[in-house]
Design a binder for this molecule. Sequence first.
Ligand SMILES: CC(C)(COP(=O)(O)OP(=O)(O)OC[C@H]1O[C@@H](n2cnc3c(N)ncnc32)[C@H](O)[C@@H]1OP(=O)(O)O)[C@@H](O)C(=O)NCCC(=O)NCCS
Length: 185
Amino acid sequence: MFLKFRKKKKKKEKPVAQTLIDFPTERFEINGDVLTLRLATVSDIPGLVAIQEAVYNGYAPWVARDFYHELTTEKDRLYLVVSKRDQVVAFIALVRREQVPDLHIANLAVLPVWQGQKVGSYLINTAKAVAWEIGLPKLSLEARRSNTGALALYDRLGFHVEDVIENYYVDNKEDAISMVENLEG
Ligand SMILES: CC(C)(COP(=O)(O)OP(=O)(O)OC[C@H]1O[C@@H](n2cnc3c(N)ncnc32)[C@H](O)[C@@H]1OP(=O)(O)O)[C@@H](O)C(=O)NCCC(=O)NCCS
């Protein structure tokens, strides 16, 4: 067969590395819209970058390369996305930290048009359920001192301030507020 007629092989998507748990796809409703919560795949990466650009004024702290590495190489991760049809509208990045031990929320963002409708709360509550299921005693995260809305949300969901890490964020030397939620009674 002539080379030009040879069928182009479809590029196979690289599978995500082994995730923390076998997370089953869920559907939930927000103000009449049915959303899907599922494991992230490599195809979601442009959507993950776009959400960050939308929430951080055009700047994505984690670029496509970072997400690709996280999804395909790192173990002890659980990346979940919320989608409405084909559009990714929110995500949460979870990391199991063996030494602490805890489940760390490394990244969380909701597209601006979906904010304030409890999608973030749903993701955090899902993270709590995951931590329980895999036997981790606490959930943790860091937020910028200036991110008062997010800090208030975490406080309402049961987190408390554990530490202040001075000059933590490299872009503007802002302090990080480190929060934890103990899950054991
Ligand atoms: C913080 C964030 C994940 C919360 O998700 P969400 O779906 O808007 O949160 P919920 O609807 O469950 O909860 C709403 C609460 O979140 C807080 N919040 C923070 N930023 C908010 C925003 N831009 N719009 C609405 N609520 C916001 C408020 O405390 C709000 O409480 P209220 O409804 O009583 O005003 C989301 O606002 C977001 O993506 N922000 C930009 C990225 C970010 O800051 N990520 C967290 C880094 S630590």
